[in-house]
Ligand binder design. Sequence first.
Ligand SMILES: [Zn+2]
Length: 288
Amino acid sequence: MYRVPVFDYLDLVRGVTRSDFKLQHQRVLDGFVLFETDAEISRIKLLTDAHNNDDALPFMDAKGDNIVWENRESLRNIRRSGGEGWYSAQCPACAEAGQDRNMNNLQLSAMGFKCVRGCTGKDVITATKALVEPPVEVGEIHPGQMVLDLSEAKPEGMEGARLVQQTQKKERYTKVEEVEGKTMLTVYRKTRNTGEIKEESHPIDPKATRRLWVWLQRFPQGATVRSEQIRAYLAPFYGLSSDVWASHAHRSEYFEAHYYPLLWLEYKRAITYNHDGSVVRIADEVQP
Ligand SMILES: [Zn+2]
């Protein structure tokens, strides 16, 4: 617990425009500002570091939200960096200008983000939003119901694949096959305007897949299960916190237990798997 006299705090935040540092958003008691929770302690550390090193504070957006952090799964090359809770990634604004080949110009955490090459917060937010694919436009349909153009002929070389997701820009198909006693799932990503297809194959772990499906059956059909809920359920099986799970620092566990099983369940038309990582159970049983 840190206690900072109110007047010292006001001195520290003079000139700081971020709304989360405004005095009315802090806990104040008997003339002191209190810093006790993880978020509060991160805030005072950020503030004193910025003050002592004469650095600018990392950005948040105008509403005090952190859109870049919230959409970190869309960033490229996200990795742990220096301080606790901090990550580096390719700066999407630099990348749009053909820069940041080393893919580490962006520093981000729950407390904010900044580009070490000096992109503005607004540019980074705009470029991050462009990375996040918009959800499929759906009209009057029930939650979880898919709208896929199944009539379209499949591109060559994708026999046996199923169309599982479709946007204006892209189509995603998957195929499941038994290869030498292993279940393999192949993902085909097709860019609609160029016709270019990218293909990747992954082994499916039946145990991890069953575990996730049994858990998903607790939720009513048609209900949305958010990515954070899935992470919070799975991470303890690997002795990890769900925040670490989200950081992609443990990619092999994430793929084995979380991502590939969801792709498999989607192929089986048991769930829909949305762009934001949420899923909706649409069947009671997995098709054989
Ligand atoms: Zn940048």
